[in-house]
Design a protein around this ligand. Structure first.
Ligand SMILES: Cc1cc2nc3c(=O)[nH]c(=O)nc-3n(C[C@H](O)[C@H](O)[C@H](O)COP(=O)(O)OP(=O)(O)OC[C@H]3O[C@@H](n4cnc5c(N)ncnc54)[C@H](O)[C@@H]3O)c2cc1C
Length: 291
C-alpha cells in the first residue's frame, strides 16, 4: 500500500515540478490529487482534511508563489508535513525479555499484513534473531469483520475476547460458530440459528422439518402481525434440533429460545412437553416443534 501511495505522490509532484510559475489553482489541483491518494490508502478522512489544509496554507503563502522554484518549495512542504504525520522519530519493535515476542497485526483484508510479517521476519533475521513464520496463527489472533467470518457485532466481541486470551494465555482455541444466532432487521425480521434444511441434508442427516405459521398465533393476531412462520430442522433419528429459522414478529428475540435449547442439546420431544405462557410469540417456537 505504501508503495502505491509513494508512486502516486511521485506522479503528482512531478507535475508540480514542471511548472516554472505556480498559481493557487495549480496547487489546489495537485492537493486534490494528494487528498485522493491518501484516502485511497485508507488514511482517516479527518487526518487527510487537516493535512491538506496545513499544506494549502503554507503552499499559497506569498514567499512560495513568488520564489524562483515554487514547485520545489511546495514539494518540500508536502514531504515535511508527511514526515510530521508519520512521526519524526523512528521507534523499533520492543522485544520481550523472554522469547517469544508476540506482535499483533491489525488491518483489513488486503491491507498487507502478511507481507509486512514477511518483511519484519526478514529484518529480524538480519539482526540475528531466530524467526518462525506460521500462517495458521494469524487467524487465532484475529477478531471482528477482518476475519471475514461472521460480520456481526457479537462475533467481534467473542473473537476479540478469544484472540486476547489466545495471545495472553498462550491458548490455541479457534472460534466456534456452530451455534451462532443471526438476525436481519427487515419487516418482518428474519432470524436463524444452526443448519438450514439444505446444509443438514448435505451433511448426511435424516432430515425432518416441522413448522408453524404466525397466523396460528393469538399473540401475533393481537399485534396484527401474522405474516411469517417458525421452521424447525431436526434429525429424525435422534430428535436433535439442527436448526431453527424464523420469519415474523419478534424473530430477532425469539431465536434465542431456540439457541438456548440447542446449546442444552434439548430434543424436539423435550420442547413439545414444556409449558409456556399464552398468548406469547414464543409459544410459536414451541408449537413449531410438533411434527
Ligand atoms: C450499516 C451497518 C449495519 C449493521 N447492523 C448490524 C446489526 O444490526 N447487528 C450486528 O450484529 N451487526 C451489524 N453490523 C455489523 C457490525 O457493525 C460489524 O460486524 C462490527 O462492528 C465489526 O466489529 P469490528 O470490531 O470488526 O469493526 P468495527 O466495529 O468497524 O471497528 C473497527 C474500528 O477501527 C477503527 N479504525 C479503522 N482503521 C483504523 C486505523 N487505521 N487506525 C485506528 N483505528 C482504525 C474504526 O474507526 C472503528 O472504530 C452492521 C454493519 C453496518 C455497516
Amino acid at each position: 500500500m505504501l508503495d502505491a501511495l509513494s508512486r502516486k505522490f511521485d506522479q503528482i509532484l512531478k507535475k508540480l515540478r514542471g511548472h516554472g510559475v505556480l498559481t493557487e489553482q495549480n496547487i489546489a489541483d495537485a492537493l486534490k490529487e494528494v487528498r485522493l491518494a491518501l484516502l485511497e490508502a485508507d488514511v482517516n478522512f479527518k487526518i487527510v482534511k487537516e493535512f491538506i489544509e496545513r499544506v494549502r496554507v503554507k503552499a499559497v503563502g506569498q514567499e512560495v508563489l513568488q520564489s524562483l522554484a515554487p514547485g520545489q518549495q511546495v514539494i518540500k512542504i508536502v514531504w515535511d508535513e508527511l514526515r510530521d504525520l508519520m512521526g519524526r522519530e523512528q521507534s523499533g519493535v520492543k522485544l520481550a525479555s523472554e522469547p517469544p515476542t508476540i506482535i499483533m497485526m491489525v488491518g483489513l483484508q488486503g491491507a498487507g499484513k502478511t507481507t509486512t510479517c514477511g518483511k519484519l521476519a526478514r529484518q529480524f533475521k538480519h539482526q540475528g534473531k531466530r524467526v518462525l513464520l506460521v500462517a495458521g496463527f494469524a487467524d487465532i489472533y484475529a477478531a471482528g469483520d477482518v476475519t471475514g467470518l461472521h460480520q456481526h457485532t457479537p462475533a467481534a466481541w467473542y473473537e476479540g475476547r478469544l484472540a486476547a486470551e489466545n495471545a495472553l494465555l498462550g491458548n490455541r482455541r479457534a472460534a466456534d460458530f456452530s451455534l451462532f444466532p443471526t438476525a436481519t432487521f427487515t419487516i418482518p425480521a428474519i432470524a436463524q440459528v444452526g443448519l438450514t434444511e439444505a446444509s443438514a441434508r448435505q451433511q448426511g442427516f435424516t432430515v425432518g422439518v416441522s413448522r408453524t405459521p404466525f397466523e396460528d398465533s393469538s399473540a401475533a393476531a393481537v399485534r396484527n402481525e401474522t405474516e411469517g412462520f417458525v421452521k424447525v430442522v431436526f434429525d429424525q433419528t435422534s430428535g436433535r434440533i439442527l436448526g431453527v429459522h424464523i420469519l415474523g414478529p419478534g424473530a430477532e428475540d425469539l431465536i434465542h429460545v431456540a439457541a438456548v435449547a440447542m446449546r442444552g442439546s434439548l430434543t424436539r420431544e423435550a420442547l413439545t412437553g414444556m409449558h409456556y405462557v399464552f398468548p406469547t410469540l414464543a409459544g410459536s417456537v414451541f408449537d413449531a416443534m410438533w411434527d
